[in-house]
Design a protein around this ligand. Structure first.
Ligand code: NAD
Length: 462
């Protein structure tokens, strides 16, 4: 395990390199983003293999959610960075003329990115794009729970980047805590709410700003006014992609009782269509990350009424796509984020019940609503709060670089992707510049009679 002295040494090297100003030029930033693109292109197979070893991730899912998503983010960033880094002129009160004002984005310095294990490549590389774009030096701590991906990231980053610019420090909780004891200029953390509190407390000691990308229980409301087959497909896909280990996966369905049976029949059909009658032998169905998570998820099944699936195999870390119903919020499965291939189903008769239920819980990372009804869409948008909403869709908003990705309340602080990543790792510095040719005396002492009333008149106070 890395020593405290080595961490301080790396940090000092990065601080010195940052001070040279080399990370700040547009050409340097673009060249490093292109290098990251090259790293991904040249090592696509190795990345997919590591994800297969850690999560039995099907190649399609690995490529779609970890490689292509990051690749599109890189393209978007490279295309737009020139505009993002330009100082922006702002309007100024005429009373302050001839001064002028601008906003300069500047890098923060040395930043720390701590990742988690469910999308172990994407969740550290996507924020890294923002850190590079904004002109920072970066230390990355990937998740030890996905060891193959963690060691591959360490190997590749050290091959393509200088350690005084980007460095990966591998390790578990203790390493993470050693890193958190040091002062960074920003900490970007992805993981669970409990650890986020530890991260934020450690950051507070140094007044370090944090971005916290967390999870929660994402509700999925299904109204009667829907295309049943498309609804079922989109829910099944969003839920069982990566074996349900997705922070954005629908956690529980709130389904109108009038459509429940029809929808459930269609979801069962979709599961069979996607993963065959025996998902255990489907090459398109992933696995739970480890036995600890397997035990946690299967324990949740103990108090649930299984209506579909439910087969498990601890040795193979297999949990079948499972539907459970008649769940009340008092049961364990509704007390924590499921984060596995179980979809719980609650029915409602009136939408106000569903909204009240959602609002009685911590604010989720995403909320999904399936309904053609525009009034209902507006009502749900206006009366609930969540990191994001998809109407008649699940999860797909993560792939849109023009949308901020992040939570609210218990599901997180701050956001990233596209320009929002650049903003997260930048400080927007206000700059006022006044020429010498005019210097009115109204603001200077002595505050002789009439100066105050002149000021009030000038600022429109009277
Ligand atoms: P975790 O919170 O246990 O670990 C995340 C990171 O924190 C790891 O790198 C780990 O080494 C470190 N860590 C763990 N314990 C620590 C401690 N005591 N002190 C300091 N560092 C510590 O990961 P997890 O909870 O298993 O991750 C799953 C959670 O992450 C879920 O809630 C999921 O919804 C959420 N998540 C959110 C997003 C998002 O983008 N919002 C993405 C993926 C996962």
């Amino acid at each position: 395990m890395i020593s405290e002295a080595s961490i301080i040494d790396i940090l000092n090297q990065q601080r010195d390199f940052f001070q040279t100003g080399e990370t700040q030029s547009l050409s340097f930033r673009i060249s490093q983003l292109k290098l990251l693109q090259q790293l991904i292109k040249e090592n696509e197979t190795a990345i997919c293999q590591a994800l297969k070893a850690d999560l039995n991730k099907p190649e399609f899912e690995a490529c779609f959610s970890e490689i292509l998503l990051v690749f599109k983010e890189l393209e978007f960033c490279i295309k737009n960075l020139k505009n993002w880094i330009k100082p922006q002129k702002t309007r100024i009160l005429w009373q302050l003329l001839p001064a002028s004002t601008k906003i300069y984005p500047e890098p923060l310095g040395v930043v720390l990115i701590i990742g988690t294990w469910n999308y172990p490549f994407q969740l550290v590389i996507a924020p890294l794009i923002g850190a590079i774009a904004a002109g920072n030096c970066t230390i990355i701590k990937p998740s030890e729970i996905a060891p193959n991906t963690s060691s591959l990231i360490a190997k590749l980053i050290s091959k393509y980047f200088q350690p005084e610019y980007i460095k990966v420090i591998e390790g578990g909780v203790e390493t993470s805590q050693k890193l958190l004891a040091e002062k960074f200029d920003h900490i970007f953390f992805t993981g669970g709410t409990a650890v986020a509190k530890i991260v934020m407390a450690a950051a507070a000691k140094h007044l370090t700003p944090v971005t916290l990308e967390l999870g929660g229980k994402n509700p999925c409301i299904v109204d009667t006014d829907i295309h049943v087959q498309h609804t079922a497909r989109r829910i099944t896909w969003g839920k069982f992609f990566n074996n349900g280990q997705t922070c954005l996966a629908p956690d529980y369905l709130l389904v109108n009782s009038k459509i429940k049976e029809k929808l459930l029949a269609e979801i069962k059909k979709c599961i069979q269509e996607f993963y065959s009658d025996n998902p255990a032998i489907s090459s398109d169905y992933g696995r739970i990350i480890n036995q600890k998570q397997f035990d946690r998820i299967t324990n949740l099944l103990n108090s649930s009424k299984i209506i579909f699936g439910g087969e498990t195999n601890r040795e193979q870390l297999y949990i079948a796509p499972t539907l459970v119903e008649n769940i009340s919020f008092a049961e364990p499965i509704m007390q924590e984020e499921i984060f596995g291939p179980i979809l719980s189903i609650i029915e409602y008769t009136d939408i106000s019940e569903a909204i009240a239920l959602i609002n009685s819980q911590p604010k989720p990372l995403a909320l999904y609503l399936f309904s053609h009804n525009k009034n209902l869409q507006q009502r749900v948008l206006q009366t609930t709060s969540s990191g994001a909403v998809c109407l008649n869709e699940t999860v797909m908003h993560i792939g849109v670089s023009s949308l901020p990705f992040g939570g609210v309340g218990d599901s997180g602080i701050g956001s990233y992707h596209g320009k929002f990543s650049f903003d997260t790792f930048s400080h927007y510095k206000s700059v006022l510049s006044n020429p010498f040719w005019l210097d009115l005396k109204w603001r200077y002492a002595p505050y002789t009679k009439g100066k105050l009333s002149f000021l009030k008149r000038m600022l429109g106070y009277y």
